[in-house]
Each structure stands twice: as structure tokens, then as C-alpha cells.
Design a protein around this ligand. Sequence first.
Ligand SMILES: [Zn+2]
Length: 404
Amino acid sequence: MQTLTLRCTLKPTPEQAAALEATARRFAEGCNHALRVAKEHGEFRRFKLHRLVYRDLRAMGLSANLAVQAIARVGRKKGSRARFYQPTSCAFDQRTLSLRGEDETVSLSTVRGRLRIPLKLGNYQRGLLARARGVQGGVLTQGPRGKWYINLVLRIETPTPPGGGGTIVGLDMGQKTLAMLSSGVRFSGGPLKGVRLRYLKKRAEVRSRLDRPSQRTRGVKRLWERLTRREARFVSHALHALAKRIVDGLEPGDTLAVEDLTHLRGRTARRGSTERHLHHLWPYAKLRSLLGYKAALRGVRVVAVDPRHTSQGCPRCGHTARENRRSQALFRCTACGFQHNAGWVAAYNVALRARGCSPVPQGIVARRAGSTGEGRCKPARILRVSSVHRLLSESPNQNALAFG
Ligand SMILES: [Zn+2]
């Protein structure tokens, strides 16, 4: 069982939209009142705050649930950060939100009573809703152009991965190659990089105009916001597509081994400033979490391993040295001369490490505590180098991810 958030667009009638707006406004007023009281008393602990403001909030016309949600929202913040709540979002729980599948509507308790609002669904949403075992609530939000969305928190039944026997596939994430699997499947970042560079350039241009007071007009500010939103949408779509293609290539029962992210940023080789900039903006953590839930839905295990030196260990002889990594793209072992794509070597080492038999230098923990216990599953198969060569030579670009 797994919870995930699904964002759906709402199609309210004008009256319903007005009711949603009134509810969000009332909710924000409640939050702001709770925040004021919390600051006055220097008290942000949820239970204490509850005692201080619950009655006020109910008197302001908030339902019991919304009052609790408002207190939770203020209590969560450590006080100084939030200064003011905008009336653009509002939280609901199981009692105040429910879904009806037959006519694709969501029912919400608003300040103007219970409303049944039609949802705008695509195939992706329909698929997930069909698998959902229940809804735990959701957050109503209003987009910058006045559209209403509901972020539903769904409970999804996930298949239990069959025990042992599957293939362990290692993953290396990068920029030039977005993802390299130890099975030899490669997702190129080329087309994506071009688009991101264009955004980078365009945004630098707009920013320089924003920096000059004479050109700091409303139109320019809007342009900046539009660009930011468009790029975020583009990256998010690319991440979803990438995660989906990685997971679709695996079978239920397989294990996807990924690097533990805490060390990732500092690991990779030297690069120019633009490269570095793109690298730091690329949301690896987001990709990881997308992989996590898409894998769970498919019955694929995800194991995080220690990422240190994965790009430096030789798959053939085990010799580990910084010098083995000749460049961003090339691995050549200084001891035995084994030569291969550096991303693939890293992915292969990640897979080995997940299996617990890696050429790991002494003093390094091969497997992170808390991941699958050793000896619990049968030894899994790891694709050999020769079969990878075949895969790579047969279809050098077939697996490259295309972005339109
Ligand atoms: Zn070697």
C-alpha cells in the first residue's frame, strides 16, 4: 500500500467557483488569525495552539475540519517564516472530501455547503483512480490564472514483488545521459539539454531587463513568471516520461538499484559553468521519488546503495582509482585496461552493490542500513558486460529518449 498525490483540474460552475473562492478566503483568514495568535503567544505547538484559537476559528465560520487544518498549517511552520497566508489553497480530509467514480466528481464541504464538482480527467488520472483503494483527503489550490485544482491524496494497492530471482538493474543518473541502466539501456539527455539551455538563455535575458529599473515593467515581470512556469512544466513532464520509460523496461520482481542521493551532487567529474548550472538545477530528488512510486506500482523493488566511488571501480578486475575515470564519458582501468562508457560502469557498480558483492574499497559500507537485508532474497542475475555490448551495438540510439 502506498499513498500518492494526484493533481486533477476541477470544472466548477460559476456558483461553485464562487463558493470555492469564499472557502479559500475564509480558510486563509483562519490561518492568518491563528498565525497572529501564535506569534503573540510565541506558541507554535499544535496542541497548545489548538486550545488558544479553535473556538475563534469556529466562530469565524470555519468547519471543525477546516479549523483543525488551519491550526495544523500554522503549527507546522516554525513561526517566523510564514508572514501571511494567501487565499489560494485549502485542505480537506476524509470527512470533508469524497470521490465518486461513476460520474467523475469530487464532493467538498465548503462554507456554502457540500458541493459536487466535476473533475477533468485524463487517462493517467483515470488509471490511478481506478486502482485507488481510498482517498485520504486533498488540497484545493487555485492556479495563477484562476483555475482550480485538487491534489488528491490516494491510497494505492501496490503489487508485492515476487521474492528473489529477478534481475538487479543499476541506474546512473547524469546530464548528457539522463539515465544509464546496467542492462545497457540508455536515455539520452541531448534534446532535453538543448531546450533547457534555451530556457537558461532566455531567462538570463529577461533577468537582465528586470535588473534595470527602467525596464522593470509589469509585462517583463509577467514574462519572467510565464517562463518559470513553462520551464517547470517542461521539466516535470520530462521527468515523468523518463521515470515511466525506465520502470516500464523492468519486470515485476526486478530490483532497481539507485545511488543514495545524499552524496550525489559532489560526485561527478569536472564540468564547465553552464554544465554545472544545468546539473544543479536538474531535480534528481524528484526523479528518484517518481521512480520510487512508479516502481512500487509495477512491483519493482528500489534499493538505495552507497554511491561513493561507483564511477571509479573496474567491473573486470575491481581496481578502484580516480584515474580510471578518464573523462565525463570514458572509463579506462589503469590496471587491466578495461574500457567502457563511464555511465554504464557506474550503473553496473550500483547493481553489484545492491547485490552485496561489489568491488567496494575497504572501509565503505556496501549497502545502506535499512535496505533489503542480506541473504533474504535469492541471488539475482546481473546482466553481463558481453550482453550489454550486444545491446549497445544493436541499438545505439533506439533507447534514446526523444522530446518533441
Ligand atoms: Zn580493471
